[in-house]
Design a protein around this ligand. Structure first.
Ligand code: BG6
Length: 481
């Protein structure tokens, strides 16, 4: 048995609005871009839509009771902009905001600190129709309107605010996370333009938290994978540093240093991918009040990079595995003269080809803390897997327990070496609709009884990992067996 985690450490789990709530068109809510994107994945791949998801909208009290039973003292969730402002701006939807008042009050009444995410991929569809959504700078003003309202509404109840979810992943997988019209698909500069608009939005949200919330803390929840060199060949090590600059530092430098990473920015300029900026943008990013207080990390895997010579074929973006059969990932990024991503031959993967690497958790936490010296929180970490519900209504997910245990141990090793970690919120509290693979790829501690084609009643069933995590939390991280 190890030593305890620091006193007051936050133990919980995460979800996001469109992946868990359902009630997509209820009580005044209008479509978000995820309702449209998921309708399309339903038609193309047979994945569930966001219409019911895990139906947390109707099960939130039950879910909070189950989380309390596990011992949670925090819950990370997001607020659906299109529930609060169905048209993106204009009058508030009273029933929509009331849902979040009820949710937050229920959490507080049960001793759970809410960690709120302002934006998790679900832009109101009205704003896509009006001007193309995140592609257009007008979205920043509308985001400010939404964020100011929500932050003001909950300023006395919510201390921890996470801003825009996973900008790095939005750049890589933009069609899954944003609605991108056909005629824009080939214009890859737009990925970084969207990211720039999101950087302005997260800077504004940080400022609002610092101005409006007494003692409030803000930071971006970033999709982050540490990157290793394939070999100790100095060229591979250099490739690793280049990949690190473009895939990770390009985001974290903005959050903490208030400017874009130089090497990444130069690469983007040379390839015609750099975002167009307006006067005053760089000043906003560098405003001390816009600098993040912490970094919220969504970590699932590590990545691997190797050298790629000039003249090789260029592939700007990572592939994806839609089938859930190991080895069917559709490819790796290749940037001639900079780096090439590749599989790590030393690591096993999930059925969706995500490298399983708990050691990477310690590496990531120590590296980021050394470089930025700011507190870190884990807002996502988990194993996407096929779960089986047995006839006697049990889910024996020992593979998930193994994954989480090794990650918690690695996080503790980092803490024991001086890294300040505030919270551990694995993905996900209950099973949710995956962003890329429907509902059969499950992450939850609580099973939601539904399939891609049949939402059934979304009954909740405690998995083996539920009971295991309960022991972990009950012992403040000591009892991991
Ligand atoms: C993160 C997101 O990218 O990873 C979550 O913040 C997402 O929304 C999670 O669900 C797992 O990814 P996926 O594609 O397996 O659902």
């Amino acid at each position: 048995m190890g030593k305890e985690f620091p006193k007051g450490f936050l133990w919980g789990a995460s979800t996001s609005a469109y992946q868990v709530e359902g009630a997509a068109f209820e009580d005044g809510k209008k479509a978000s871009q995820q309702d449209i994107i998921n309708q399309d994945s339903f038609e193309k791949f047979g994945f569930a839509t966001a219409e019911v998801a895990s139906d947390q909208y109707h099960h939130f009290r039950e879910d909070i009771a189950l989380m309390k039973e596990m011992g949670f003292n925090t819950y990370r969730f997001s607020i659906a902009w299109s529930r609060v402002f169905p048209d993106g701006d204009g009058p508030v939807n009273e029933k929509g905001i009331q849902y979040y008042r009820n949710l937050i009050d229920e959490l507080l009444a049960n001793g759970m600190e809410p960690i709120v995410t302002l934006y998790h991929y679900d832009l109101p569809w009205a704003l896509v129709e009006r001007y193309g959504g995140w592609l257009d700078r007008r979205v920043v003003k509308d985001f400010e309107y939404f964020a100011r309202y929500v932050i003001n509404e909950f300023k006395d109840k919510v201390k921890y605010w996470t801003t825009v979810n996973e900008q790095s992943i939005i750049v890589q997988y933009w069609t899954q996370k944003c609605y991108i019209p056909e005629d824009v698909l080939k214009d890859n500069q737009k990925r970084y333009q969207i990211n720039h608009h999101m950087n302005l939005a997260q800077a504004i949200a940080n400022k609002l938290v610092h101005e409006l919330v007494p003692g409030g803390l803000a930071g971006a929840p970033l999709g982050y994978s540490p990157i290793y060199p394939l070999t100790s060949d100095p060229k591979d090590v250099m490739a690793m540093q280049n990949a690190q600059a473009l895939r990770n530092d390009y985001y974290t430098d903005v959050y903490f240093k208030g400017h874009y990473n130089k090497a990444a920015q130069i690469y983007l300029e040379e390839h015609g991918l750099a975002p167009v900026m307006d006067e005053g943008d760089l000043e906003l990013l560098a405003d001390p009040k816009a600098i993040s207080d912490f970094l919220a990390l969504n970590n699932y895997a590590s990545e691997c990079a190797k050298w790629c010579g000039e003249g090789e074929k260029e592939i700007q973006w990572s592939g994806v595995n839609r089938s859930g059969k190991k080895g069917e990932i559709s490819g790796f990024e290749t940037h001639p003269g900079f780096y090439e991503m590749c599989a790590n031959p030393r690591l096993d993967t999930t059925d969706w080809d995500w490298a399983i690497d708990p050691q990477g958790m310690e590496y990531m936490l120590r590296d980021l803390y050394n470089r930025y010296n700011k507190p870190l929180m884990i807002t996502e970490n988990g194993l996407g897997a096929y779960d089986t519900l047995t006839e006697d209504e049990k889910v024996h997910d020992g593979y998930r327990i193994d994954f989480l245990r090794e990650n918690i141990k690695a996080m503790k090793r980092a803490i024991d070496k001086g890294v300040e970690v505030l919270a551990y919120c694995p993905w996900s509290a209950v099973d949710v609709l995956s962003t890329s693979n429907g509902v059969k790829k499950r992450y939850g501690l609580i099973y939601v009884d539904r399939t891609d084609s049949d939402a059934k009643q979304c009954a909740r069933i405690r998995k083996d990992s539920f009971y295991w995590y309960q022991k972990v939390i009950g012992s403040n991280g000591v009892d991991l067996d």
